[in-house]
Design a protein around this ligand. Structure first.
Ligand SMILES: Nc1ncnc2c1ncn2[C@@H]1O[C@H](COP(=O)(O)OP(=O)(O)OP(=O)(O)O)[C@@H](O)[C@H]1O
Ligand SMILES: [Mg+2]
Length: 347
């Protein structure tokens, strides 16, 4: 623990309208089939052609369709706003929590927390010691089961799933306390993590050369976090900053979509923090990964985050971009005396 700054329910799937609704079947022997109109026969033949593989060629020969396509093209051409014909893309929400609550023997650690994390963004969770940040991470990553509420990851309800299943679904989580194998080398730490996500996760007795693909992945990830040249030294020998980078490499080895980083700069010497922050920024930018970050150091939070959620006594106090949070009077009042808030300023 480091002292510092203030410190839809899923709707049923829409009914699909068939592209080619079934046509009346011809009897060929009098009755209704004989009364089939010429137009209906023509339409059925065209659809039949399509299903028999003549496909789009047949469709393009259809005069009605040609008319519609030409009209669309002309509208785009004459308004000279072709780009406006594109349907705007809604940002993808990777993770949602709905009214999450966690009680420990009457103590409400997380209280009615609903957040949305957008794909490719760095979303920070801040708040004073005991605000419920780590508990929120524990609920998202399956370490704890919520007392109430839901966690939805990529549209799937993952509430209460065990943590190993959540990890396999694509959520990688680091802990407030450094979590590595100290006696294994940097490479071994990362290769094991890569292997754990792959099909060979239980074949630990096999010779490591069998797992060349995992080793290649490990080398690439080690380079990405800036640990090249240290592959063969035991993890315990690394500086604290490098051990934190190793933790990030271990997470990346399993190729998660979402990383939960709990105080990655905790215990790291001041001189090492800029490089560590740069590593986090690079990881996010190079891979367009989504990062949910708990952090106490405000200079780090204000420079690296796209969105900040402020927690206080288990609840969400405020949410918005860094400048908005820095100017928020309610946030300032809540943390008065604990630190100064200023974008780019120190904690
Ligand atoms: N397993 C647990 N059993 C009982 N109480 C707990 C447990 N875990 C957390 N708490 C309590 O829940 C509250 C929130 O704790 P949490 O660790 O989530 O805070 P935090 O915001 O991460 O704080 P910090 O910034 O100090 O890490 C605290 O009062 C804490 O004592
Ligand atoms: Mg914590």
């Amino acid at each position: 623990m480091e002292m510092g700054f203030f410190g839809a329910a899923a709707s049923p799937p829409p009914q699909k309208t068939p592209l080619f609704p079934p046509l009346p079947r011809p009897s060929g022997q009098g009755g209704e089939g004989d009364r089939e109109s010429l137009a209906t026969k023509k339409a059925r033949n065209e659809r039949s052609d399509f299903h028999q593989g003549k496909g789009w060629d047949t469709l393009y020969e259809n005069q009605h369709l040609q008319g519609i396509l030409t009209a669309c093209s002309l509208v785009c051409l004459f308004t000279d706003k072709t780009q406006n014909c594109e349907v705007p893309v809604k940002p993808e929400i990777v993770l949602e929590t709905h009214h999450l609550r966690k009680e420990f023997n009457g103590l409400v650690a997380v209280d009615d927390v609903s957040i949305q994390v957008t794909a490719g963004r760095l979303h920070a969770i801040i708040g004073p010691n005991g605000a419920g940040k780590t508990t929120l991470f524990n609920l998202i990553s399956g370490v704890l089961k919520p007392t109430a509420g839901r966690v939805v990851f990529r549209g799937r309800d993952i509430t209460g799933l065990p943590s190993h299943r959540i990890a396999r679904l694509g959520i990688g989580r680091s802990f407030q306390i450094t979590n590595i194998f100290p006696n294994l080398t940097v490479l071994e730490n990362v290769r094991l993590a890569a292997q754990a996500r792959g099909k060979d996760s239980l074949r630990f007795w096999s010779h490591h050369r069998r797992f060349r693909q995992y080793e290649e992945r490990a080398w690439a990830v080690i380079q990405q976090v800036g640990l090249s040249g240290r592959e063969h030294i035991p993890a315990r020998v690394l500086t604290h900053g490098d051990q934190r980078k190793l933790e990030i490499a271990i997470l990346l080895a399993s190729d998660p979509d979402l990383l939960l980083l709990d105080e990655p700069t905790a215990g790291v010497a001041a001189g090492e923090i800029p490089l560590l922050v740069e590593t986090i920024r690079r990881v996010r930018e190079e891979n367009s990964r989504t990062i949910l970050l708990v952090e106490h150091k405000m200079d780090v939070v204000m420079t690296i985050s796209d969105t900040i959620t402020v927690m206080h006594q288990g609840r969400v106090l405020a949410e918005g971009p860094p400048a908005q949070i820095a100017a928020d009077e309610q946030v300032q009042r809540a943390y008065l005396g604990e630190m100064e808030i200023a974008p780019g300023g120190g904690a």
